[in-house]
Ligand binder design. Structure first.
Ligand code: ATP
Ligand code: ATP
Ligand code: MG
Ligand code: MG
Length: 877
């Protein structure tokens, strides 16, 4: 077996709309192609032995053990690998369920598709599944330690890649509210919402966390001063920079016991608590000084009580937790060391922030803390006796948290909310030392020790005891108050032909509203009039560029086949999904061999239309029209003919449509006909002579109409959009050269040729074609281009692209010639392989009033050449 290619899909795609995180592995079964599992001796038994948990895969039989049944009675290796890739991820702790395996047109080659949670882990699981299967085929088994290693690697990949626990809770809440999110590539920042409506978070800092507030919170002394000035109880203390100031400082705070800590520390580093003697104080001073960047040390009175964290979000207390330092509880038999080991076996305890709790570590600090309590690692604790291993209660050093949200005294709630306001933080973690959070701080001599920016959420979301609290909800409420938008309208356009033209026209109409329009096309990414990035930008990367832009108010996205197949869509829902047509082009690429498969690729755009949105479909193209069945939102059709039966039926049921009637482009809404404009007044239709452009314009009018754009603005848009070289280079650019005309068009498939033919047929003078075709199309497609040319032109010059895309020079021309002679043997086509020469020849020989049509490889070269022939004007441009 050999993996030929592995693709990672990250959005709605050909295989599934809902399961949008998929690995597609193109697999050559080689010698196993002809061997179903039942013909491989020992395979079934070997697989059961290696992965017994596969019994839970129901597979097509639909009952427990169903998949094993399939293996026993005979199924192909691709299908087995799909199940194993899923199971390996499941065993590594990332549950996944979706899988598909399909043959391709190459015998023995399959596409194995399976879901992932983490990309890297998904790809790894695919490779491991192939390895595992091959080993069972070759040796009857797969070594246990290999499997254990695979699972360990998978777990590592998932842990390293996943969002931090706090970020993840916020993202999950956003998802639950249908707010889109994107991971930005810098600083683990997450974007919530699209375009102008976006907000950002980084861990638990938000777009609303002001730099002044965050810096103040990081400055403990500054924080204390501000709070003290506000009358908030804070520890009595002072800051020193030299050891000889220590004694005076201790006296100033009222003598022992004291706390000594670095001015600029965190995570409890360099802190000594409950310091009782001068000698201890000096040691603590050194520790703190070393941990401080500025060598500044805080000396504070020690306050009795336990550590509490009050989380204030957007001015309101959202949760309260009591934090208890890492400790073990005696059982009358075990040593402290043994008790630590037992405690660490809790599956909730992981390394670092990977899990709800963190493992307790034995180090110098813990030994010191033990010693202070009169214990060592070998001490045996009495039943119920507690030994602490840390003085501070951070979760990251093995502490636990107990929810106290329902117990806090109202006066303390009021104080905490005031503290957050005084510091100015939108999300504040307030550390309080008090003996009883149920009593007002003042009564029990409790103090606010610190205010944290970017507080961790772990202790509230997953406390060791007490109720878990959904604290992501108030964060999202703050970023997106109920009723405010998080998305910008997305209008996505797909089809075989006309995408760029229609996308540009839609953008132009949208711009009449005065809003900022971001759009992507084959020519580049644009925001309003400005080119952001040149090049073929019809994939998810370019779409995200628009959705990430903080100025964009409407997104218009040309969405081509290539991107959908390569990685899926960049968005999981759109407001308007336009499908223009499905014609034979690009077949045989990416395992899309039939036009029906191509229709399935393009229908992804229609299927992601949201429930309130519209799919705009071509009623004249059966493959496109039938996509309506899978649309979750509403459907609107466009048609060149008022008599189209689909339109009739749709209108009768109260649907919406756009049609071409009596020379007008009109919207039908129930019984009403809204005339937008006469085709002759819409420049893009070339005085109404280019039928396919009328179709594109109908799609554009309908798309913007269902999006709620005022019909007067639509009118204004279609009247002012010109098919000039500047606005739509290579799309129906007609040049008046005085003696004759020339037309440049980028048609490159049969449907495109036919479309242009619709215009050429309306021309009364001599019609000369300069034709060729891209070398990567199938023979039959090129022959067809020849036939279509013969129908269209009085005279033909056959040329070739410079880039033959893998074919022998002259081969494409021969195929086109074959098509021409099949269609019309009396035509005497000329062959001039060089495009420039061919065009020169046509321009110099065409008769007066005639039309030269060129389908160029390079649009700019053709334009330059024609410009040299002294154009008077560029038709309407
Ligand atoms: P973290 O990053 O965990 O917030 P830190 O390094 O910022 O820690 P502080 O928050 O100042 O340090 O102190 C850590 C803990 O030490 C406090 O939560 C509290 O339990 C204890 N503590 C600090 N100062 C005092 C004090 N004056 N009296 C009693 N306990 C104190
Ligand atoms: P690409 O796949 O290259 O991005 P596209 O779908 O964006 O193409 P356009 O660039 O708008 O299409 O148009 C390319 C050519 O396709 C046009 O010059 C014209 O010849 C032809 N074409 C445009 N619209 C249609 C249509 N509705 N039906 C058939 N052919 C069309
Ligand atoms: Mg603290
Ligand atoms: Mg295009």
């Amino acid at each position: 077996m050999k993996i030929l290619r592995t693709q990672t899909l990250r959005g709605p795609n050909y295989w599934s709309i809902r399961r949008d995180k998929l690995i597609v592995m193109r697999l050559d079964l080689e010698d196993l192609a002809e061997k179903p599992s039942n013909e491989i001796p020992g395979f079934y038994e070997g697989l059961i032995d290696v992965l017994p948990s596969l019994v839970e895969h129901y597979c097509s039989p639909g009952y427990r053990g169903g998949f094993f049944e399939r293996v026993r009675t005979g199924t192909y290796m691709g299908h087995i690998i799909e199940h194993i890739a899923l199971e390996l991820q499941e065993l590594a702790g990332t549950p996944v369920g979706f899988g598909r395996t399909r043959s391709t047109s190459t015998p023995g080659v399959y596409n194995v598709v399976f879901e992932y949670v983490d990309e890297q882990a998904g790809r790894y699981a695919g490779r491991a599944a192939v390895r595992l299967c091959q080993s069972i085929v070759d040796t009857g088994t797969y070594p246990k330690q290999e499997l254990a290693q695979d699972l360990a690697d998978l777990r590592d990949l998932c842990n390293n890649a996943s969002l931090g626990p706090s970020t993840e809770t916020i993202v999950k809440e956003a998802q639950a509210r249908n707010i889109p999110w994107l991971l930005l590539s810098a600083r683990a920042m997450v974007q919530l919402g699209y375009g102008v409506h976006q907000k950002r978070i980084q861990a638990t800092l938000s777009s609303f966390s002001g730099i002044l507030a965050v810096e103040l919170a990081c400055d403990k002394e500054g924080t204390k001063t501000i709070l003290k000035d506000g009358g908030i109880p804070v520890p009595r203390g002072t800051v020193i920079q030299y050891l000889d100031e220590l004694s005076a400082a201790i006296e100033e705070v009222g003598g022992f016991p004291i706390v000594i800590k670095p001015l600029d520390g965190n995570h409890g580093r360099g802190i000594s608590i409950d310091v009782k003697t001068q000698q201890e104080a000096e040691e603590a001073y050194d520790l703190a000084s070393a941990a401080s960047k500025t060598r500044s040390v805080i000396v504070e009175r020690y306050y009795k009580g336990s550590d509490h964290r009050i989380l204030v979000i957007n001015g309101k207390v959202a949760a309260v937790a009591e934090r208890i330092p890492a400790h073990v509880v005696g059982d009358g038999r075990s040593t402290v060391e043994e008790l630590i080991e037992i405690t660490n076996q809790d599956p909730n305890r992981g390394d670092g922030h990977a899990n709800v709790l963190t493992k307790i570590t034995i180090d110098k600090t813990s030994l010191n803390v033990l010693e202070k309590q009169g214990h060592e690692l070998t001490s045996i604790l009495a039943h119920g006796e507690i030994a602490y291993l840390r003085a501070t209660a951070n979760l990251s050093t093995g502490g636990i948290a107990v929810d106290r949200t329902d117990e806090i005294h109202p006066e303390n709630v009021w104080i905490a909310q005031r503290v957050a306001k005084l510091i100015g933080l939108d999300i504040a973690g307030i550390d309080v030392v008090t003996e009883d959070i149920r009593k007002p701080l003042r009564e029990v001599d409790g103090v606010i020790v610190e205010v944290n920016a970017a507080p961790g959420f772990r202790m509230h979301v997953a406390p060791s005891r007490g109720l878990p609290r959904n604290i992501a909800a108030p964060v999202i409420d703050m970023l997106f108050p109920p009723g405010t938008p998080s998305r910008v309208p997305i209008l996505a356009i797909t089809g075989t032909n006309g995408k760029t033209t229609t996308s540009r026209l839609i953008s132009h109409i949208c711009r009449q509203t005065g809003k900022v329009v971001g759009f992507t096309t084959t020519d580049g990414v644009y925001i309003d009039d400005y080119l952001v990035e040149k090049g073929d930008n019809t994939g998810p990367y370019s779409a995200s560029m628009i959705l990430k832009d903080p100025t964009v108010e409407i997104a218009v996205l040309e969405t081509a086949r290539g991107g959908i197949l390569r990685s899926g869509l960049a968005f999981n829902q759109c407001d308007v999904g336009v499908v223009l047509n499905v014609a034979a082009d690009h077949l045989g690429i990416g395992d899309i061999d039939t036009i029906e498969q191509m229709a399935k690729v393009k229908s992804v755009v229609a299927e992601v239309v949201s429930a309130e949105g519209y799919a705009v479909l071509n009623a004249d193209d059966p493959l496109t029209a039938s996509m309506a069945e899978k649309v979750k939102g509403r459907v609107a059709y466009f048609s060149m003919s008022p008599d189209n039966p689909i339109i009739h039926d749709h209108i009768r049921r109260g649907g919406m449509a756009a049609i071409y009637e009596n020379g007008y482009l009109s919207i039908l809404e129930g019984e009403w006909t809204l005339r937008i404009e006469e085709a002759v007044n819409i420049p893009v239709t070339m005085q109404g002579m280019a039928p396919f452009m009328i179709a594109n314009a109908l799609a554009a009018c309908l798309a913007t109409f269902v999006q709620g754009i005022d019909i007067e603005l639509i009118r204004q848009g279609v009247r002012t959009f010109k098919p000039s070289v500047a606005q739509t280079p290579g799309r129906m650019n007609l040049f008046d050269l005085g003696h004759h005309h020339a037309l440049i068009d980028y048609a490159h498939n049969p449907a495109g040729y036919e479309a242009v033919g619709g215009f050429v047929g309306n021309w009364s003078g001599e019609k000369v074609g300069v034709v060729g075709g891209p070398g990567d199309r199938r023979d039959d497609d090129l022959i067809l281009l020849g036939k279509l040319s013969a129908q269209m032109f009085d005279r033909i010059i056959v040329k070739e692209d410079n880039d033959t895309r893998g074919r022998r020079r002259g081969e494409v021309a021969d195929l086109i010639l074959r098509g021409i002679s099949q269609e019309n043997a009396s035509l005497r086509p000329e062959v001039i392989l060089d495009e420039t020469e061919a065009l020169e020849k046509a321009l110099s020989t065409v008769s007066e009033g005639g039309l030269v049509v060129i389908f160029p490889e390079s649009v700019t070269q053709a334009i330059d050449l024609i410009e040299k022939h002294r154009p008077l004007t560029d038709n309407q441009g």
